[in-house]
Design a protein around this ligand. Structure first.
Ligand code: ADP
Ligand code: MG
Length: 409
């Protein structure tokens, strides 16, 4: 009997450990719909101290009334009329609106959740959920690229005839009317032409984003590329605002030099923007290699870190979407392009805010001390890299310079 109890305790502890280490949120409700068990994942995703609400209904947790209602409705539906393929659990997406995280009364932040629910023996219910906001965001950027392609096509075609017709009207009619009318005609035509130009430029930016040519991968020395690009930021380096810290004997990767040059430009530019207001601002471009236990090469990383204000919460989730910008003159394309190029290279991009060390070991991390974007490459070159050929810097670092493939398309 005693052994049985001990075994049960052991199993319970193990289960708790598993629940604690899951990144997904797990909540178990008892038969009366009250919260019975929650894991730290649930607290983190919903950003509510759910542990304090044990024994109470989910509806009691501030901000989660709609979430709770949706769960019960879905769960009831599943119990009474399960859809095909939903025999033992249901699955649904839910968009949770959280009040403005900064508390400044701004727009609420939306979090996309994937929910799975099941009824446990004895009438208890299990809810497992994950934050899939980043996945949704990635899908959105694919959709954006498609929109861009179509828009460019549909809008650009009629623009040239519009402009030419306006100019022709001025040319033909102008000489036949009195001075006042002619002046008015000129002004109107100038407005049309200027607006048409603006529209063309907008569409071109869109198109450049969507048309980024496929990467031409070849053995590449990332360190050499970083040094080459940083050479174009001599003033920032002389002021001590920008420096490189490069790994010794960095293994060559499979990369497209033109595209990765663009990546470094975009990230350095963002870093410099982020520290522009700081006297002690600095941006660091880092390369490093990580090896596994058996000494095998795992990944080659390119990191750009700064000590600016960090990404704001809303941007952090959507930074890869085009036109997400907090700058008055920003295009919001820089990181969208970085993401596309990383995808072309099979590299993983991570955006994080750097936080200072916790005050006590195991405590909460300290305040944000800057931003960091890192690309992890996992395609390595077997042949030694070619020497890089000099290429002029793009005129607008945020806009991808179309390569030969783009020009031909
Ligand atoms: N290093 C950084 N520190 C803080 N915020 C950043 C950083 N890099 C990018 N961001 C945020 O991400 C947004 C999008 O960046 P990006 O796509 O390069 O477009 P843009 O620079 O034109 O705004 C920026 O407007 C800014 O809010
Ligand atoms: Mg930028």
């Amino acid at each position: 009997m005693q052994r049985g109890v001990a075994q049960l305790e052991g199993a319970r502890t193990r289960l708790q450990t598993i629940l604690d280490s899951l990144s997904a949120g797990v909540i178990v409700f008892n038969k009366q719909h009250a919260i019975d068990t929650v894991n730290p994942g649930a607290t983190r995703i919903l950003r509510q101290p759910l542990g304090a609400f044990r024994g109470r209904p989910l509806e009691d947790v501030p901000g989660l009334a709609d979430f709770a209602a949706a769960i019960w409705q879905r769960s009831e539906l599943h119990r009474t009329s399960p859809e095909a393929g939903e025999r033992d659990h249901w699955q649904d997406a839910f968009e949770l609106l959280r009040p403005d995280p900064v508390g400044a009364g701004g727009a609420p932040e939306s979090v996309n959740l994937l929910l799975r629910g099941a009824t446990l023996p004895g009438g208890a219910r299990l809810l497992v959920f994950d934050d899939i906001t980043e996945v949704v965001s990635a899908q959105r950027s694919v959709a954006w690229a498609e929109v861009a392609r179509r828009l460019a096509h549909e809008i650009k075609n009629p623009l040239t005839p519009i402009q030419l017709s306006a100019e022709r009207i001025e040319h033909k009619i102008g000489p036949k009317v009195d001075d006042t009318s002619r002046a008015m005609l000129s002004r109107s035509v100038a407005t049309i032409v200027a607006q048409v130009q603006a529209m063309k430029q907008l569409v071109d930016e869109f198109r450049d984003y969507a048309r980024l040519p496929a990467a031409q991968l070849a053995p590449l020395d990332l360190n050499a590329l970083v040094l080459e690009v940083l050479g174009l930021y001599a003033p920032a380096q002389e002021q001590g605002r920008l420096h490189a810290s490069l790994a010794d004997a960095l293994p060559p990767i499979e990369g497209d030099a033109t595209q990765l040059r663009q990546v470094i430009h975009n990230l350095v530019q963002n870093g410099l923007d982020a520290v522009a207001e700081r006297g002690d601002g600095h941006v660091q471009v880092i390369t490093e290699a990580a090896y596994g236990d058996a000494g095998e090469l795992r990944t080659v990383r390119l990191k750009v870190a700064d000590n600016g204000g960090g990404f704001n919460d809303k941007v952090l989730k959507r930074a890869f979407e085009p036109y997400v910008t907090t700058k008055s003159k920003g295009t919001g394309l820089g990181l969208a392009v970085v993401k596309k190029i990383a995808d072309e290279h099979g590299a993983r991009v991570r955006i994080v805010n750097r936080q200072s060390e916790p005050a006590e070991p195991g405590g909460a991390a300290g305040p944000v001390v800057g931003a960091q974007v890192s690309l992890s490459f996992s395609r390595f070159a077997s042949a030694p890299p070619h020497r890089l050929t000099e290429q002029p810097a793009p005129a607008r670092p945020d806009i991808p310079t179309p390569g030969p493939a783009a020009a031909a398309a």
